[in-house]
Design a protein around this ligand. Structure first.
Ligand code: GRF
Length: 207
């Protein structure tokens, strides 16, 4: 059974869905480890509650970006993952990691890429920008991670309506529900080798 590593930076609601769906057998794979970019985040508590090995690799603990990148790569390699899932992870992975795990890293972004994505667009800031722009729909995207920021081939997207009285928080909550649906679906298909990438186009062999 394939094993995957989940990279987190915050509350871990996406991680929790992956834990639940691995435990109930809906995802035919296992979480070999959780790697957090920050100490003390609730995602680490979630991992501990389910006896999933977890480590924190925080940029501020390393003198240089090179040392940090090296430490992160070795933390990932040590868990011997078949693929990686970024679930609320806000750091940019080094080209070395991307190359080593080419088309084996997926990310969940809380907007319909290519809207409201790229450098600085994470968490509630994404929804603030969507409301300021005045969009009528937003949503979530699961995509492969490449050398860019939120630029890899798209696997799934799903839209949600934006209401006149929305705040960034109410929109974030509505989008989060869609994230919790799309990410486990993508992980399940990736674990079953049912996702195929040709250039920018992704095709799925649904069950
Ligand atoms: C969410 O806003 C999600 O869109 C983004 O990271 C944030 C935290 O997610 N990917 P989680 O609750 O830590 O999974």
């Amino acid at each position: 059974m394939k094993q995957f590593c989940v990279l987190v930076s915050g509350g871990g609601t996406n991680l929790q869905r992956l834990i639940d769906e691995c435990e109930n057998g809906s995802i035919p794979a296992g979480i070999c480890a959780v790697i957090s970019s920050k100490k003390g985040v609730y995602a680490l508590e979630r991992a501990a509650k389910h006896n999933i090995p977890a480590v924190t690799v925080a940029r501020k603990d390393y003198g240089s970006k090179e040392e940090y990148d090296k430490a992160l790569l070795s933390a990932i390699d040590n868990t011997k993952p078949d693929f990686l899932v970024l679930a609320g992870y806000i750091n940019i992975l080094s080209p070395g990691i991307i190359k080593k795990y080419q088309n084996k890293i997926i990310n969940i972004h809380p907007a319909l890429i290519p809207s409201f994505c790229g450098k600085g667009y994470y968490g509630v800031k994404v929804h603030q920008a969507a409301l300021e722009y005045g969009v009528k729909v937003s949503g979530a995207t699961v995509h492969f991670v490449d050398e860019g920021t939120d630029t890899g081939p798209i696997i799934f997207q799903k839209s949600v309506p934006v209401y006149q009285d929305d705040t960034p928080e109410t929109l974030q909550q509505r989008v989060l529900e869609v994230e919790h649906e799309l990410l486990p679906r993508a992980v399940k298909l990736l674990a079953a080798d049912r996702i195929f990438v040709r250039g920018r186009r992704v095709s799925i062999m649904e069950e």
